[in-house]
Design a protein. Structure first.
Length: 232
């Protein structure tokens, strides 16, 4: 179901200060105990946090053969591959506040790297998650681009991946993600909230967050710690 601009902004605001743990609690309060949390192997490249509306894309393992060619011929073939086989049409469709959810079938290839991740951020992407690989990770960390993935890869996509579709349901980290779902990610991993329960989940998640802040602030005071944003 497509979200209106107002609805998108409402959901992004609702989840703007919620941690993954809070959202997990909210999902439990809605009896969604076994849904939403991506597998533990989906990990952040660096400690950060991101919230967004799911923009989905799917890639499949490449079934063709890589022809025998010279390095110069390979340069030309590589360009052809990017333009015709492993394309990125979903990047042009990104809206401000999108969280890019990429199903690449676990293939060990760097579909996203230091260059094309910036294309999405320029369009308004808040973060990325993939069940495959990402490369140029030192630069992605330096650029402070939020990225969660199953593995870190070295190889390019040529002869490894082909584009299939975008804005469709995808499976990433054991979770079925629909375009328009709410995605929250931090050091605890990634969780996905279906649109139809997003408001209720946020209500109970905020309650748990408030309770946690009150209890932890008391312990901060007992320990003589300076209060920070996590207890205010």
């Amino acid at each position: 179901m497509a979200l209106s601009k107002i609805r998108r902004e409402e959901l992004l605001e609702l989840y703007s200060d919620l941690r993954v743990a809070d959202v997990r609690d909210g999902m439990d309060w809605m009896m969604r105990h076994n849904y939403g949390s991506m597998a533990p192997e989906i990990r952040p490249l660096w400690r950060t946090r991101a919230v967004g509306i799911a923009r989905t894309a799917r890639y499949l393992p490449y079934r063709g053969e890589v022809p025998k060619m010279t390095p110069d011929e390979y340069s030309a073939w590589s360009g052809w591959y990017y333009n015709n086989v492993c394309t990125y049409p979903w990047i042009a469709a990104i809206e401000k506040g999108d969280f890019c959810v990429i199903d690449q079938g676990g293939v060990n290839a760097g579909l996203m790297g230091s260059n094309n991740t910036m294309d999405g951020v320029i369009k308004g992407a808040t973060g990325y998650v993939s069940n495959g690989g990402v490369r140029d990770t030192d630069e992605i960390i330096l650029q402070k681009i939020p990225f969660w993935s199953r593995i870190v890869s070295q190889g390019m996509v040529q002869g490894r991946l082909q584009f299939d579709a975008f804005d469709i349901p995808v499976e990433v980290g054991g979770v079925l993600v629909y375009p328009g779902d709410v995605v929250v990610a931090d050091g605890d991993g990634v969780i996905v909230v279906p649109q139809d329960v997003a408001v209720d989940v946020a209500t109970y998640a905020h309650r748990e967050l408030r309770n946690d802040k009150v209890a932890r602030r008391q312990k901060y005071e007992a320990l003589g710690l300076e209060p920070d944003d996590t207890v205010k």
